[in-house]
Design a protein around this ligand. Sequence first.
Ligand code: NAP
Ligand code: MG
Length: 487
Amino acid sequence: MTEYSQGSVADAYDILVDGEWVSADSGERFAVYDPSTGEELTQVARGRETDIEHAIEAAVAAEDGWRRMAVDERSQLLYEIAQALRDHEDELAEIETLDTGKPLGTGRSHAQTCARYFEYYAGIADKVYGDSIPLSDEYVDFTVREPLGVTAQVIPWNGPLSVFGRSVAPALATGNVCIVKPAEQAPLSPLVAARVIDDHLPDGVLNVVPGFGTEAGAPLVEHDAVDGIGFTGSVPTGKAIATAAAENLTPHYLELGGKSPNVVFPDADLDNAVENAVKGFTAVTGQVCSAGSRLLLHEDIHDEFLDRLVDEVDSLTVDSGIDDPDVGPLVSEEQFEKVQRYVEVGRKEAGEPVVGGSALDRPGYFFEPTIFDGVDNDMRIAQEEIFGPVLSVITFADEQEAIEIANDVDYGLVAGIFTENVQRALRFSKEVAAGQIYINEWFAGGIETPFGGYKDSGYGREKGLEAIDEYTQVKNVCANIGTDWPR
Ligand code: NAP
Ligand code: MG
């Protein structure tokens, strides 16, 4: 174990304000738990309104210098940050795993993804172009993209490192300053990432205030000095943030989860489809906004596919994240109880699950990967986001019905199809209302591809070049150069 994960660097878990690691104003701390044991891992500063106030003052003071810095210099700093994150990949992976419970291999890939975001947006910092717009001879017109200013990133517990990278990197690259509020359930990896990179940034450009949603998150998003908000999390909190943003007319984007359909046709490569269906609902113990939590099987392959799926799921290892199993624990007691409640709802709605259905008899928040068959799309287990390793299997007869079922849900984050028929796959991509369509691979795409929701899955796009739009505003410059000039 590294010094970070042992918590021996106690001030790693303080508040980062104006380039200093400080205690909460109140001196209070809160406990952070290891979901693999239920035991306390360490304690973290409990930020509240006055701590947010200090972070905002620091950000406001740093804003002008950061936005005016030469772009090549800003880009260079972000490359250095990417390298620093890579140099600390081991401890970042380990801390992400200890705090969230995810398998160490997944923690490692999230640490790499975080570094990659900084690298990708470092390369974009000096390419944030405007347009030149043709008008009549009398005018010269062009646009410039300017930063929003002070931006807030409210981060969830399921992917703290990757969401830290995907929100902070484009914000900094485009000349914004940041105040990050990590989730109370898993604040450690964003704090360690900030510790790794803070020396590369001018004071106040990146501030991190851990604490609770109501105590630190709310005063942050409600503050009128905040010029932009990025949020990933639940629908109710998303609505609270949109309401707070409306009060100050603060631009914001929301990424709010899903109940995504994974549709398998008989002509698919079934080995590949089984493997992806398993990954789709068990990765990060199903606690992923883009999980494939509704599996739509064509009636002709339903029985065979389900048998193979159950065999695969039976063979999965469920263990402490640090031992790199296939599936780790759920993040918290609250999430563990929520999943158990939903599995009871599933039993009432669809009968006994065909595999799984129980918590593991050991300390920690372990729950077996669970599959309900014979699910009707109207059932709660087909409509509501469970955020656990629970799959609802629904049967369909033809393409039309598959598309109807896929769309018959409030969410619209992702949708996947497995088929060898390219026309069918592309028809599906046109007909299904979702922000991303996966064809023959669940979780296809990368940091380069835009990500965000249709319908109740939110609005705005992260990742790729689209994130630049979220973190900049367009200014049009129109000059009347007169008509009286030599031609
Ligand atoms: P959540 O409340 O939406 O938490 C997300 C972030 O928002 C956390 O940092 C949270 O802080 C903060 N927050 C909470 N209330 C706030 C407020 N009024 N103003 C500003 N920030 C606020 O999610 P959760 O309660 O942890 O999880 C509940 C459910 O949300 C899950 O079961 C899952 O269905 C869904 N979820 C979705 C995603 C996703 O990727 N789309 C991620 C996480 C959860 P604290 O955590 O410190 O309170
Ligand atoms: Mg919460």
